[in-house]
Design a protein around this ligand. Structure first.
Ligand SMILES: [Zn+2]
Length: 195
């Protein structure tokens, strides 16, 4: 775009977008999907982000200041990234359960089998001390990692503690972000349960 066409702003959106991408990559130490920014004269106030292609598109009012645009873009893309869903399969589930068992339960859980199933619509997971076979509701294949981990750890504990008594709670307390995960699951049950 020629400078003479920029009636509303002298911001170079692509420059800001690539700076935001670079800064987030530096901050997280990970590759960040492409970010692009679209300024719109029709958009009045709010800045929004949405996924587009395999990256993110920021939509902002054309009258926005550059510092403000940078700040909000960082924040919105950062948030979108952290909640971005990542679908995991049964192999990854097995590996993850083994890691969680070692890290948080001192390797006490014995798992004969762990897999996602599609016929569990009222519970997130199941397991029994007798069977040591863990079933996880497929709806959890693409929730944030800490939420899935909390459910896995819960079921892992059931391989050696049958009930939800004090011993269970003691082990469960090792779960990272336990309360946040429980809050997520509550909300998910109410609004997000599919099929
Ligand atoms: Zn339970």
């Amino acid at each position: 775009m020629a400078p003479s066409l920029r009636r509303h702003s002298v911001i170079d959106p692509q420059q800001v977008a690539s700076d935001v991408q670079a800064e987030l990559a530096k901050a997280s130490g990970a590759a960040i999907p492409p970010v692009s920014i679209r300024l719109s004269a029709r958009r009045k106030k709010t800045v929004a982000v949405r996924e587009e292609g395999d990256g993110f598109l920021i939509m902002a009012p054309a009258i926005i200041g550059e510092a403000e645009l940078r700040r909000i873009s960082m924040e919105l893309v950062g948030k979108a990234l952290s909640s971005r869903r990542h679908t995991i399969g049964n192999n990854e589930l097995v590996e993850r359960a083994a890691q969680l068992n070692n890290k948080y339960l001192g390797g006490r859980a014995t798992v004969k089998e762990i897999k996602f199933v599609t016929n569990m619509n009222t519970r997130w997971g199941s397991c029994s001390v007798q069977s040591k076979r863990i079933r996880i509701a497929h709806q959890l294949q693409d929730v944030p990692g800490y939420v899935l981990d909390a459910v896995i750890i819960h079921e892992l504990i059931h391989t050696f503690v049958p009930n939800h008594g004090p011993e269970f709670r003691r082990w469960e307390a090792h779960t990272p972000h336990l309360e946040k995960a429980q809050g997520y699951l509550e909300a998910f049950k109410r609004w997000g349960m599919r099929g």
